[in-house]
Design a protein around this ligand. Structure first.
Ligand code: OSB
Ligand code: MG
Length: 370
């Protein structure tokens, strides 16, 4: 498939409600969408970088620069045999996984459409209804938090993930556990603790959490291996894992018992599949994380989650939890059992609401092969 042209857009999309983590509060997303044109087919990808460099070094502004100055010139006019060739093509660019993934995933969408199969099938997916959880931002009012959690459980979501930070941790988890004694519950610290906080983190062992996500430094696999020996609760790594070699290091050091695979953070479907396969062979369960994506990023997450290693509920929830109106149709919906049906239409399996995309676009650049 020849890469004939690309359109890069920045969209502004207001979240239905602000989302607070240990590192930032997001009110409005600045999302970059990648539209790749090959002959008469259009594929879509989303760059999942945040607005700030507080989750990872990438952010909307660095992604724009890396894409326009380095990725577009490298890929335009290339004739690819497979989307799995994209990582080698982009290898000269170090890091910037989320930016690369925006392009690579669009190429996967094109390949699935060319073969007239759902993207999930092209990736090797077998799960037809993926289990879903929700990620709940830090709340300042605990009765509001409990109400929000009840609502999610009533909607069917199979597990709750609470964002935590120092000072907003043990008491909150204790209150939630008392209120919802049997729910699958986990916490995500987004690297807000240090090894010297091990005594605090050990107190989570009393609340039957399915896991604690990324308590320590964003690039600290080794210290997580020390912490894991001190905790009963399973550690799940998020920020630390950018490729399959990080995953292998973490597993071999016993730094975690679970890995959150985020498509952007690992550079796209090719690397995500490698990590899924490694984890499956090593009996490490995985789940698909989220980055407050629009429907396009969400559709890619759903396709990825159909792979057999994705046995735990992911942070993939309904469009309506994030947006008044998503940019795809149908919007992503969750069944009363807390599952999302993997679409069976070719490609991403959702239509892009072009009008909504265009209305939300604040800048765009078009690249054409010469
Ligand atoms: O750590 O998983 C995270 C959102 C932005 C940045 C990091 C994270 C998150 C989430 C939200 O937890 C997941 C979602 O619902 O998209
Ligand atoms: Mg996380």
């Amino acid at each position: 498939m020849k890469i004939d042209a690309i359109t890069l857009r920045e969209l502004r999309l207001r979240l239905k409600a602000p989302f607070e983590t240990s590192f930032a509060t997001t009110h409005e997303r600045r999302v970059l969408l990648v539209e790749v044109h090959s002959a008469s087919i259009t594929g879509w990808g989303e760059i999942t970088a945040g607005e700030t460099p507080f989750y990872s070094s990438e952010n909307t502004d660095t992604s724009w620069v890396i894409f326009t100055k380095f990725i577009a010139p490298l890929v335009l006019g290339q004739d690819l045999e497979s989307p799995a060739d994209v990582p080698a093509l982009l290898r000269p660019i170090r890091g910037h996984e989320m930016t690369k993934a925006g392009f690579e995933n669009a190429v996967w969408d094109i390949q699935a459409q060319m073969k007239c199969v759902p993207l999930a099938t092209l990736l090797g997916g077998r799960i037809t209804d993926i289990p879903c959880g929700v990620s709940i931002g830090i709340h300042n009012n605990s009765s509001e938090l409990l109400k929000a959690l009840e609502k999610e459980v009533a909607a069917g979501y199979q597990r709750l993930k609470l964002k935590i930070k120092p000072g907003k941790d043990i008491e909150i988890v204790a209150a939630v556990r008392k209120h919802l004694p049997s729910v699958q519950l986990m916490v995500d610290a987004n690297s807000a603790y240090q090894l010297k906080d091990a005594d605090i983190l050990r107190r989570f062992d009393d609340y039957d959490l399915t896991m604690i996500e990324q308590p320590l430094g964003w690039d600290e696999i080794y210290e997580h291996s020390i912490l894991q020996r001190l905790l009963k609760t399973t550690i799940c790594l998020d920020e630390c894992v950018h490729h399959v070699r990080h995953a292998r290091t973490a597993i071999d050091l016993r730094a975690c018992g679970v890995i959150n695979i985020k498509l952007g953070r690992v550079g796209g479907h090719t690397e995500a599949r490698r990590i899924e396969e490694l984890c499956r062979t090593k009996s490490i369960p995985v789940w698909c994380g989220g980055m407050l994506e629009t429907g396009i990023g969400r559709a890619h997450n759903i396709a990825l989650s159909s792979l057999p290693g994705f046995v735990l509920p992911g942070d993939i929830s309904a469009s309506q939890r994030y947006w008044d109106e998503d940019i795809i149709e149908p919007e992503v919906e969750v069944s009363p059992q807390g599952t999302i049906r993997v679409p069976i239409a070719p490609g991403l399996g959702y239509k892009v609401r072009r009008k909504r995309v265009e209305e939300s676009t604040v800048r765009q650049e078009h690249f054409r092969a010469v």
